[in-house]
Every structure is written in structure tokens, then in C-alpha cells.
Design a protein around this ligand. Structure first.
Ligand code: ASP
Ligand code: MG
Length: 445
């Protein structure tokens, strides 16, 4: 069996849905189909909620757009099919519930995270019913019953063991075609609706593939696969046909929005290959991610360049840090306690400064808690108050074969120097698979 996941652009239009039907029905083995919400719907649900929560009646216009989007697709696809009434009834019931929730939000002018999570769930709940009805003989499953989360630092994380167990139980008897909403989940204690984070449908698919030892995980999207670089930045970027799990993790953790980063680990663990395919271009073979990349493909030292422009660099600095044990421990402990993720670390061997890369939205909180943690040292002058440099970009070159290949870093810095590009910070782990540099944001445009 295989697990195949379709993103929002694949399921959000009549054209896309016809392709989805064709792809699913062409499978020669049982499939579990995981779907995202229709394209743009999750964003619209967020916008509608925000407007309603400040009592702005314009929320009704966006809600109308959501309704129309679904109505149009259903009318076109199911024009004179007998399933239409059943599907329309189901979708209307869900949209009515949603309408009532929005009215409630707008009346009390309050939007709790719990309510927002409930609102967001409707995107996938509706799209999955549309897809299930489109494929005769398929069986619809509700992922809230088997994807379970728990709360830590006020964020929801998947409970892997419980989820694994429940997936196995749910799909004990595998139908030929199962359809499952991606992204949505429920709290293991309260049963409240939660989700796996933006882009999380991929993760739902990966958890199912891993629990059931699928032969393949296929991620169907609207691009041909992983590209050598962001095509909006570099015109000559092209699709990479093979990547190792590690290379794919490095690339998608960082900018390449092809798959949601947590997706790779569960299937890597079971050695299940991931195929990234384009729903709208069946000719393209896409990218395959697996353990062993074939020898002929393996010679390239650099597989791709990834970039994110949402970077803030915080520098923890002071002559009093030199030789003091436990400074880094304290930095990472307080950041972790506050749920702040650090994606780049650089410390010179002189030990008088440690720079950490965080997202801009986390910068204020990070500075505040670090200033507090080191208040005594700052007061005595052993350390300086935290310095945040915002709106920077991080660029990374990635490739498993960079390991033991001398001259790559030399070439990288040589090219940057020749082009007058100032490197603000850099980091290379001893795995030698990724060299990251931080530069001014406008250099990425
Ligand atoms: N619909 C959700 C989002 O837009 C999840 C997904 O598409 O994977 O983030
Ligand atoms: Mg998506």
C-alpha cells in the first residue's frame, strides 16, 4: 500500500480534482489519500476569524468567498451525479456550523487559540468529504480520531506513540481507497480539535505511512519537486531528481516549501521512500527521497541552495564569558523553556560571543528572556545587553558529499567576497552537510 497526499492547489479546483481522481484510480495497490484544505482556504479562515474577532462585518465577505469556492467546485464536478445531494448536504451542514462560530466570535469579539483551531479544521474536513465523494468506493476516515496531540509550552505536539497505535488500529482492515483529512488532530486528554501546524497535512501522511509500513509516501503538489534553489531568486534553478533523507531535511528545513520539515523523520526511520510529484505535470518524475542516492547521482558535492529571509541574529556577548562554563547551557535552557526555536548557532573559539539565529517574530521575547537570565552579568559589565539584528537572510549550501571535499567553503567565501557580499555570521556543523551564512536581507532579492 502507499500513502498519497494532495496539497491545496491539487484539490482546490475542478481541474486539480479531476487529476486527483485519475491519479488515485490509477493506483494498482491500496491507497490512503490524505488531503489539504482547498487552496487558500486556511488563510481565508484565519482572515475571517481575525475580522470577526474585532467585530468587523467584512468577515462575512470572506466567509462568502469560502462558501462560493466550495459551491462552485461541487457544482462543476458533480453537475448531474447522484452523489451531489449527499455531498451538498454534508458540506452545507459544516459551512453552517462555521457560520455560527463566526457569528459567535463577532458577537463576543474574542478569538481564543482553541476557537481558531476549531475554525481551521473545517478546511480539511470539507475538502476530504469532497474527495471521498469524488472517488466511488472510497471510505472516509476522520483523522481527529487517530492523530493525537499533547500540549507543551502552550503548543501542540503530536503524541507519536499513541498516534502510531491508533493508526494501526484504525486501518487494521485496509479498504482499497481511504480518504483522510490532513493537518487536523485532537488533544489526547480533552479531545479538543487541534492541528499539526501550517503545512501539516504532509506530516499526517508521513505518520500514517510510517505506522502502516507503506511502500511509498507520495506528496503531490504543484511544482515538479525539490529545486536546486528558489526559482524566484535564481532563474536557472532546476528539479533535483534524487535526494537522501538528510539532504531533503536540510533543504526543507530551510526555505524550500516543498514539504513540511517534520514529515521526513517518521518515514526515514522506516526507510520508506518519499516521492514528490506534480499533480499538473505527470510527465515529470519529480524528486525521490531515499536512503541511498544512486552512485551516478551522488558525485555532486552541492545538491541545493536554500534560503530564508526571516532571520534575526541575536548576539550574546561579553568578555566575562570567556572560559566560563555553562553560558551556552543557560542560553539554550531559557530559550527552550519559552518555546523559542533556534535554527543557527555560531560561536567563535575565543568564547566571547555566541550568535543565534531565530525568526523575527521570536526576537523580542528572546532578547527579553536572555537579558533577564543574564541580568547579574550585565549589571556587573561581564556581559552586554542582548543585541538583535533583524531582517536578515540565511542562505545555506547543502549536500551530503560536501563531507571530506576540500575547497567548498573556500569557493563559497571567495565568490561572496568577489561580489562584495558581507557575511554577518556563518555556521558549519561537523557533519559537513550544510554551510549556512547570514547576510543582509536585500541581498536575497
Ligand atoms: N491547510 C493547512 C495549511 O494551509 C495544512 C496543509 O495544507 O498542509 O497550512
Ligand atoms: Mg499546504
Amino acid at each position: 500500500m502507499k500513502v498519497i497526499k494532495f496539497g491545496g492547489t491539487s484539490v482546490g479546483s475542478t481541474k486539480g480534482l479531476r487529476k486527483v481522481k485519475h491519479i488515485v484510480e490509477s493506483s494498482e495497490e491500496p491507497v490512503i489519500v490524505v488531503v489539504s484544505a482547498f487552496s487558500g482556504v486556511t488563510d481565508k479562515l484565519i482572515r475571517t476569524s481575525k475580522l470577526a474577532s474585532v467585530g468587523d462585518l467584512a468577515y462575512q465577505d470572506i466567509f462568502r468567498e469560502i462558501v462560493t469556492l466550495h459551491e462552485e467546485v461541487i457544482n462543476e464536478l458533480f453537475a448531474d451525479r447522484k452523489e451531489k445531494k449527499d455531498l451538498t448536504d454534508k458540506v452545507n451542514r459544516l459551512l453552517n456550523e462555521l457560520d455560527n462560530i463566526f457569528q459567535g466570535i463577532s458577537l463576543i469579539k474574542d478569538l481564543s487559540p482553541k476557537t481558531l483551531d476549531t475554525v481551521l479544521s473545517y478546511g480539511e474536513r470539507i475538502s476530504s468529504w469532497v474527495v471521498a465523494q469524488l472517488i466511488p468506493g472510497s471510505k472516509h476516515f476522520d483523522s481527529r480520531e487517530f492523530i493525537k496531540t499533547e500540549k507543551k509550552h502552550s503548543k501542540n505536539f503530536i503524541d507519536k506513540d499513541l498516534t502510531n497505535h491508533l493508526i494501526k488500529q484504525t486501518f487494521d482492515q485496509l479498504p482499497d481507497t481511504a480518504v483522510v483529512p490532513g493537518f487536523i488532530s485532537s488533544d489526547k486528554l480533552t479531545g479538543e480539535i487541534t492541528n499539526l501546524g501550517r503545512g501539516g497535512s504532509d506530516y499526517t501522511a508521513a505518520m500514517i505511512a510510517a505506522a502502516l509500513n507503506a511502500r511509498y509516501l507520495e506528496i503531490w503538489t504543484d511544482v515538479d519537486g525539490f529545486m536546486t534553489a528558489d526559482p524566484h531568486v535564481i532563474d536557472s534553478a532546476y528539479t533535483i531528481d534524487e535526494l537522501s533523507y538528510v539532504e531533503a531535511t536540510e533543504l526543507c528545513n530551510f526555505g524550500a516549501k516543498v514539504i513540511y520539515p517534520p514529515t521526513i523523520y517518521p518515514v526515514f526511520h522506516k526507510n520508506i521512500p518519499i516521492r514528490v510529484r506534480n499533480t499538473f505535470n505527470l510527465e515529470s518524475k519529480g524528486t525521490i527521497i531515499k536512503q541511498e542516492v544512486s552512485k551516478t547521482k551522488a558525485h555532486k558535492a552541492i545538491k541545493g541552495i536554500s534560503s530564508i529571509n526571516d532571520t534575526c541574529l541575536i548576539t550574546v556577548q561579553g568578555l566575562g564569558m570567556v572560559g566560563v562554563i555553562g553560558v551556552n547551557y543557560r542560553i539554550f535552557k531559557v530559550l527552550a523553556k519559552n518555546g523559542i526555536s533556534v535554527f543557527l548557532v555560531s560561536q567563535a573559539s575565543s568564547e566571547n560571543s555566541t550568535s543565534i539565529g531565530v525568526r523575527n517574530e521570536d526576537a523580542d521575547l528572546a532578547c527579553e528572556i536572555l537579558d533577564k537570565e543574564f541580568a547579574r552579568e550585565i549589571e556587573t559589565g561581564e556581559m552586554y545587553p542582548m543585541k538583535a539584528e533583524r531582517d536578515l537572510a540565511t542562505v545555506a549550501i547543502v549536500g551530503e558529499n560536501m563531507k571530506h571535499t576540500p575547497g567548498i567553503a573556500g569557493k563559497l567565501f571567495g565568490i561572496l567576497g568577489k561580489n562584495g557580499i558581507n557575511v554577518i555570521a556563518c555556521a558549519q556543523g561537523a557533519s559537513e552537510m550544510n554551510i549556512s551564512i547570514v547576510v543582509e536581507n536585500q541581498l536575497l532579492k
